[in-house]
Design a protein around this ligand. Structure first.
Ligand SMILES: C[S@@+](CC[C@H](N)C(=O)[O-])C[C@H]1O[C@@H](n2cnc3c(N)ncnc32)[C@H](O)[C@@H]1O
Length: 492
């Protein structure tokens, strides 16, 4: 029997007749990135309202137009046997030879994806995944030839799929209960984890060549969510209204859809409502139930730095429950965390692979392992403004256990401190550590005013004996002087 290729439409929303309530219902159903607490719900609705006050093309009209572009793309996929729009139909259409390709409103696929999947799989296959790409009209990146690229292929993640970059066979689905089958089609982020947890031996084929592109339109909730004023919204829209063509499109089959998206964005900008207020109206961020303890000292410290240095843009790596992130007073805030909080649900490595923004202040508080922190610092330096600052949390462990690489303690700092010690040898960076707030390392891109000549073997006993010297530990006054001035700070 021939295999049957089925497009499974995870969302099939008719945006034209959408209301705020029906929108919330479907977001609740498909929430893959943002937990919809009541305050968050209000926050999203406020942003839709902000959109509608700013443009004559309403938010839902715009989403419908984005969907139309995706539908055009889907109509060009060759050899699709069936399109399923209703999750309850899955069991009816599932034959033993079926292969399901989950799709969202913002996914574009290679026209020859079906033959590639069939060619690369066999009757034993449970799951096929591929590198995907992102089309993000608000930023470009340079490729190896120095050309601007408008589509960025992404790496393969060990942990899950960033978007619907997978297909599941009927055999794969049959490994799960009927209730879980719909989940395996609906929740791309957890598919791999669920397979690994429940079916440790499954046949997974990985394709290097990207087969799909996710169109991160400025209207996607993850892009809209950090926007808190009309000025910010317009800034974002102005960047996408450029008429210029990128020199290079690494996936030429996507060109017609890019053209359409660009045209749509121009129409949006042309329909700008007049009489924007002089002073942008600041929206409330949702009051975080995550902040029972009020403003933490590290948050006060960073807000003071932002105020004194007139910083505007802020990046946080590792946001936890947003206790800190929600209270940071920066105009532009990006938070990256693969599990919770922030604005980008991904690892720092994945974020830096596609990010094109630059920042005044970067706070690194993600995975507390020397090599990851070293990589986060290195990547942050490449997106740091020339007068910017990188802060690194948890540089001063209080016990041997707290700095072990395997977490055994409630409060865990890992071996972040080792990354800081090594940086102290760089001539082009000035590095010191605040003795409070679990040790906040500060890294400034300027010449090193206190070079560490040699580094002993980095063991816990050496840390205990030499930490002041190795890490250049400063009290708060000295710390502020260190980051404020271009003058070398006295060492504590
Ligand atoms: C200590 S919490 C962050 C606390 C937060 N910065 C604050 O000040 O309240 C560490 C966070 O890092 C996240 N994390 C772990 N690995 C990460 C990675 N590779 N990239 C980004 N974040 C990561 C975890 O999910 C966790 O939420």
């Amino acid at each position: 029997m021939d295999r049957v290729a089925i497009l499974y439409l995870r969302t099939d929303v008719t945006w034209r007749v959408m209301s705020e309530d029906t929108f919330m219902d479907q977001e609740r159903h498909h929430r893959s990135t943002i937990p919809l607490t009541p305050p968050r719900r209000r926050e999203i609705l406020q942003r839709i309202e902000l959109w509608n006050r700013t443009f004559t093309m309403t938010y839902f009209e715009y989403r419908q137009n984005i969907k139309d572009i995706a539908e055009l793309n889907r109509s060009h996929i060759c050899n699709i046997d069936l399109v399923v729009r209703n999750r309850h139909s899955v069991s009816h259409v599932k034959t033993s030879e079926a292969i399901f390709i989950p799709v969202d409103d913002d996914d574009w696929f290679r026209p020859d994806i079906v033959s590639t999947l069939l060619h690369n799989s066999n009757s034993e296959t449970d799951l096929i995944s591929w590198r995907d790409a992102i089309y993000c009209p608000t930023r470009y990146r340079k490729n190896q030839n120095g050309e601007r690229e408008i589509i960025f292929p992404r790496g393969l993640s060990e942990h899950g799929f960033a978007t619907n970059a997978y297909a599941i066979t009927a055999k794969g689905l049959d490994r799960f209960s009927p209730e879980d089958q719909a989940m395996m089609l609906d929740r791309h982020g957890t598919v791999l984890k669920t397979f690994r947890a429940c079916q440790p031996c499954f046949s997974h084929i990985i394709l290097e060549e990207p087969q799909s592109i996710t169109h991160k339109s400025p209207a996607s909730i993850t892009k809209l969510q950090p926007i808190s004023s009309q000025t910010e919204l317009l800034d974002q829209m102005r960047t996408i209204s450029r008429e210029d063509e990128p020199e290079s499109i690494c996936m030429p089959w996507a060109k017609p859809y890019i053209r359409q998206a660009q045209q749509l964005n121009r129409e949006l900008i042309n329909g700008l409502r007049v009489n924007l207020p002089e002073t942008p109206v600041q929206l409330q961020r949702c009051p975080a139930k995550q902040q029972p303890q009020g403003i933490a000292p590290r948050t006060r410290l960073m807000n003071e730095i932002i105020r004194r240095k007139s910083y505007r843009s802020y990046l946080e790596i590792g946001c936890g429950n947003n206790q800190h992130f929600s209270n940071i007073d920066a105009v532009r805030k990006i938070g990256v965390d693969p599990r919770q909080g922030g604005t980008h649900r991904m690892s720092s490595d994945d974020f830096f692979a596609t990010n094109r923004e630059i920042f005044d202040l970067v706070f690194i508080d993600g995975l507390h392992l020397d090599e990851q922190v070293t990589r986060d610092i290195h990547n942050s330096l490449s997106v740091l403004k020339s007068n910017g600052l990188i802060l690194v949390h948890d540089c001063l462990p209080q016990s041997r256990e707290q700095q072990e690489r395997i977490r055994t303690t409630g409060s865990w700092m890992g071996d972040v401190w080792k990354a800081i010690v090594r940086l102290r040898q760089r001539h082009d960076l000035d590095v010191a550590v605040l003795k409070d707030c679990c040790g906040i390392g500060a890294i400034l891109p300027r010449s090193n005013s206190n070079l560490l000549e040699t580094i002993p073997e980095l063991t816990w006993d050496v840390f205990v004996g030499e930490r002041d010297h190795l890490l250049r530990i400063l009290n708060p006054d000295e710390f502020f002087q260190f980051i404020q001035n271009n003058e070398p700070a006295a060492t504590h």
